[in-house]
Design a protein around this ligand. Structure first.
Ligand SMILES: [Fe+2]
Ligand SMILES: [Fe+2]
Length: 251
């Protein structure tokens, strides 16, 4: 199965030409399914969500999306605290912890964005115990399939640098996901692209556990890397190919 993993699209803060270039490349790559890792907007404004809706409608394959911290309204504090996920659910999708099941692949998405974390650290994320249980039960129903977990905030450090942005509850989450037989964990948030086998981070693990971080697909807040997304082939390997581009030019 061919999966495209795009994340941190950030409508409202786009690299000029990047969204069109991404759509054109996705049409050429012909993924069976497109996974979207959160931060679809820059500030959670309705205008930005509407632009994202147009983008989603133009995608050349079915898609599955999780919410990111930027999708929780940052300026409307009443909405942030009373209904933090309302706009995302209205414009993108109602299901905050969505699943997708194919013949050989089972995918669980988890919402890691929160209205508030300790010390006013809004950008930080969390995976709650009940969400870990949800994922473990889901994967138990699909013992023979490639198991993929997608959440916005990182569960382990990327190879580029240690980060303070690891999702809260990450140690427990990682141990439980590994024990549940998860093969691939997809995350975003850092705008840094990498793929790493993190089985050594989980003492009980005896086979590869791939952590795939997406760079920002289309945002101009780059961290020294070009815009990019991942193409993942699950039938062989799995294998991972990074598609990088600079404005309208694929490189
Ligand atoms: Fe982001
Ligand atoms: Fe983020």
């Amino acid at each position: 199965m061919r999966l495209a993993f795009i994340t941190d699209v950030h409508f409202g803060r786009l690299t000029p030409g990047a969204a069109g270039a991404l759509l054109a490349d996705l049409r050429e790559q012909k993924p069976d399914l497109i996974l979207i890792g959160g931060d679809v907007t820059q500030r959670g404004f309705a205008k930005q969500y509407r632009e994202c809706q147009q983008f989603l409608a133009a995608l050349p394959a079915p898609w599955l999306s999780v919410i990111g911290n930027h999708d929780v309204p940052a300026w409307n504090l009443l909405e942030r605290f009373i209904a933090p996920y309302h706009a995302y659910q209205k414009f993108i999708t109602r299901d905050l912890n969505p699943v997708w099941v194919g013949d050989r692949v089972a995918i669980q998405g988890l919402n890691s964005a929160r209205r508030m974390m300790r010390d006013w650290a809004w950008e930080q994320g969390k995976i709650s115990d009940w969400q870990i249980d949800l994922a473990v039960k889901f994967f138990a129903q699909h013992p023979d399939k490639t198991k993929i977990l997608m959440t916005h905030h990182p569960v382990a450090h990327p190879p580029q640098k240690e980060t303070k942005m690891l999702v809260h509850n990450h140690e427990h989450a990682l141990n439980m996901f590994a024990a549940a037989g998860v093969d691939i964990i997809l995350t975003g948030h850092l705008h840094l692209a990498s793929v790493r086998d993190i089985q050594a981070d989980v003492p009980s693990r005896r086979k590869p556990l791939w952590m795939v971080m997406g760079g920002t697909a289309t945002c101009d807040r780059l961290r020294g890397e070009p815009n990019s997304y991942w193409m993942i082939e699950t039938n062989v390997g799995p294998s991972f190919a990074l598609r990088t581009f600079n404005g309208e030019q694929f490189i």
